[in-house]
Design a protein around this ligand. Structure first.
Ligand code: GLY
Ligand code: MN
Ligand code: MN
Length: 444
């Protein structure tokens, strides 16, 4: 066993201890005896027998590193070893999951079933005593997901605090993602199309739509201004000026979420603007510290980006005024980031406590996805951006804010689309751990 592997084995064991403790508390709060979690089932396209890529129930993959096992179940009962009901069907149409193996199996009582309904023989006797977390279509017999709010509120809130095992999984996802980002940059510099760069990325990561945590955004030139651009032109543009890539990777069910922006001309003004956003982004990452309010991080980002807009003469008002009047929001129209883990946009971003409640978004910032105060173990993205989006710039004019903007300068930058720099950062007791920068450095 490699040292890395022995570390993972130890970390996984601690991770399960944490989940057991959290489960005991959650069940007590909800008044249940067992936690029951189906892995999920395939979804089909409308009026069709084609399935979408299978996505595992995150509550299930929190326990086991299994992402291709529809029809399986996890049962956790305080004081007992957790049970895994593992579906290994007789099926010659699909690849049947291998028999369970690996470092994690020794922690479970595992029963193999051959049909989904056989799960009933191994689930607890009384479904009414179970908190069943999942979607309706996973039901078998009486085991219909009930998603008790008290149980979910507790588990989802706590899920923001990653165990060291989870951080290790996210580090591995980041390693794969950073290497693929390097390959994508090389393809851009070699003149590939958006589609071609996407294929290079997938090849390098060895992942495709079945594995990637979200749809890759691969945008050349003006396409960088479309926040969720997923079209991917098949042919290269006549002149590739800029490249924005937002692409992740998965490892054992955990995600990374990385964005980089490149200028073709490394000596031009767009590169200078990228550098300015990159510097500001690193300062923001340094604020991922225990006790720092993530809402404030978002508001501070507006001021810092507005300063860049003024330094590059894109606006001609004071940065504070640009933030106050909403001018900065036309250039930075999304949130500074979100929690990340088993889901690229992790749950409970607005949770006030582990008993429920909502921390509202700051007024005028509808797209922020995380409003909690940072604490050790939280993993978040930091993803400031500046874009040249016609629709939003026109709105500024309509609101009478046109004079705040230097339109000649906007016209000069518009052919480059936009900039986003995104890292995944873990809050610790001390300095932040930037998984993305660490793995980019290693992949150099
Ligand atoms: N890639 C999705 C996001 O950055 O939130
Ligand atoms: Mn993100
Ligand atoms: Mn992203």
């Amino acid at each position: 066993m490699s040292p890395n592997q022995s570390t993972v084995v130890a970390l996984y064991s601690q991770h399960l201890d944490t989940l057991q403790q959290r489960t005991a508390e959650a069940l007590q709060r909800g008044g249940f005896d067992h936690l029951v979690v189906p892995s999920g089932t395939s979804h089909y396209q409308l009026f069709d027998d084609r399935d979408y890529p299978y996505a595992t129930n995150p509550q299930f993959k929190h326990w086991v590193p299994l992402t291709r096992n529809p029809g399986s179940w996890l049962v956790a009962t305080p004081g007992r070893r957790p049970k895994l009901i593992y579906l290994q069907p007789f099926d010659y149409w699909h690849v049947v999951p291998e028999a369970p193996r690996g470092y994690w199996t020794e922690h479970f009582d595992i029963v193999v079933i051959r049909t989904p309904d056989e799960a009933l023989q191994h689930l607890p006797v009384n479904a009414a005593r179970c908190a069943i977390l999942g979607e309706g279509q996973s039901a078998v017999g009486d085991f219909v997901p009930n998603n008790p709010p008290a149980v979910l509120a507790y588990l989802d809130y706590q899920r923001a605090y990653k165990t060291p095992y989870e951080v290790a999984m996210m580090r591995e996802a980041s390693r794969v993602g950073a290497r693929a980002h390097r390959a994508a940059e090389r393809a851009f510099r070699a003149g590939a199309s958006e589609f071609g760069i996407h294929l290079v990325y997938c090849q390098s990561a060895m992942q495709d739509a079945n594995d990637l945590p979200y749809n890759n955004i691969v945008a050349l030139n003006e396409h960088g201004a479309v926040l969720h651009y997923t079209d991917r032109d098949r042919l290269p543009p006549r002149q590739a000026r800029s490249f924005l890539i937002d692409a992740g990777a998965s490892h054992h069910g955990y995600a990374c979420d990385i964005t980089r922006t490149y200028a073709h001309d490394r000596n031009g003004e767009f590169q200078a603007l990228v550098n300015a956003v990159d510097n500001a982004q690193q300062t923001m990452c340094a604020h991922v510290r225990a006790g720092f309010d993530y809402k404030q991080l978002h508001l501070d980002a507006h001021l810092s980006l507005a300063r860049i807009l003024r330094d590059f003469r894109l606006i001609n008002v004071a940065p504070e005024v640009a933030v106050e009047t909403g001018v900065s929001s036309a250039f930075f129209p999304h949130g500074i980031g979100h929690g990340i883990g088993l889901q690229v946009h992790d749950v409970a971003g607005f949770a006030e406590s582990d008993r429920g409640g909502t921390i509202p978004k700051p007024q005028g910032h509808p797209y922020l996805r995380l409003t909690r105060v940072l604490e050790p173990g939280m993993a978040v993205t930091i993803e400031p951006g500046l874009y040249f989006i016609d629709m939003l710039l026109e709105e500024l004019k309509d609101k009478g804010l046109g004079p705040s903007v230097n339109w000649d300068r906007v016209a000069a930058f518009k052919p480059f689309g936009g900039i986003r720099i995104e890292d995944d950062v873990v809050c610790t007791d001390g300095d932040p751990l930037n998984l993305t920068r660490e793995q980019f450095a290693a992949a150099a």
